[in-house]
Design a protein around this ligand. Structure first.
Ligand code: S6P
Ligand code: ZN
Length: 187
């Protein structure tokens, strides 16, 4: 039997960086078609800000193993919609996931394939259980980076397809200085 080596890493709780992790950067240009207000999107695209960064420690896609990753989701809005991650189902749709809030304020938008949506607020210390089959997207509703850890099965994979097409059934927007969930006109 070949055993893998255990590993301990210290997440920088201020920046979200995991030393030695694979870094992925998503700019606004990577999120074309995701925000409802296309005019506001085109306007902000001139600056093309970084929307989020992911620091991932991933294993081979094998049943039973675990990946983990931090996400640093920057504050900002496109029109009334707060900055968010793309959002995905897992390719193996029955794979669950755990999130843990590290810094900043935000929440998770979850959705079943039928479009039933749930919103869970997140702050440092919040643990969110993402059950099998639920799509999940995080949203920064604050004015500083929203940083969290995700732990997920190594064979879960990402299925971005249907979210890229139609989004979630709800949008997370600012209305009179408050965070509101409203129906997505594209759904
Ligand atoms: C992976 C986990 C997170 C996200 C990350 C970026 O299963 O849910 O690490 O990958 O927050 O979001 P997205 O939707 O662009 O993959
Ligand atoms: Zn996931």
């Amino acid at each position: 039997m070949e055993y893998k080596n255990p590993l301990g890493v210290d997440i920088d709780l201020e920046t979200g960086v995991i030393p030695g992790a694979k870094k992925l950067v998503r700019r606004l240009s990577d999120l074309k078609g995701y925000f409802v207000d296309e005019k506001a999107y085109e306007e902000l695209l001139k600056e093309n800000p970084v929307v989020y960064e992911v620091y991932a420690i991933e294993q081979e896609e094998k049943d039973g193993d675990l990946n983990f990753a931090t996400t640093v989701l920057y504050p900002g809005k496109v029109g009334r919609e707060f900055f968010f991650t793309k959002g995905h189902y897992h390719s193996k749709a029955d794979r669950a996931e755990i999130y843990y809030g590290i810094k900043g304020r935000g929440g998770m938008l979850l959705q079943t394939p039928e479009g039933k949506a749930e919103w869970i607020e997140m702050k440092p210390g919040t643990v969110v259980y993402v059950p099998p089959y639920w799509a999940h997207r995080t949203v920064n509703t604050g004015d500083e980076p929203f940083i969290f850890l995700a732990v997920y099965p190594a064979d879960a994979g990402h299925d971005y397809g249907s979210i890229a097409e139609k989004g979630f059934s709800k949008l997370v927007v600012e209305e009179n200085g408050e965070v509101k969930l409203v129906d997505n006109p594209k759904w």
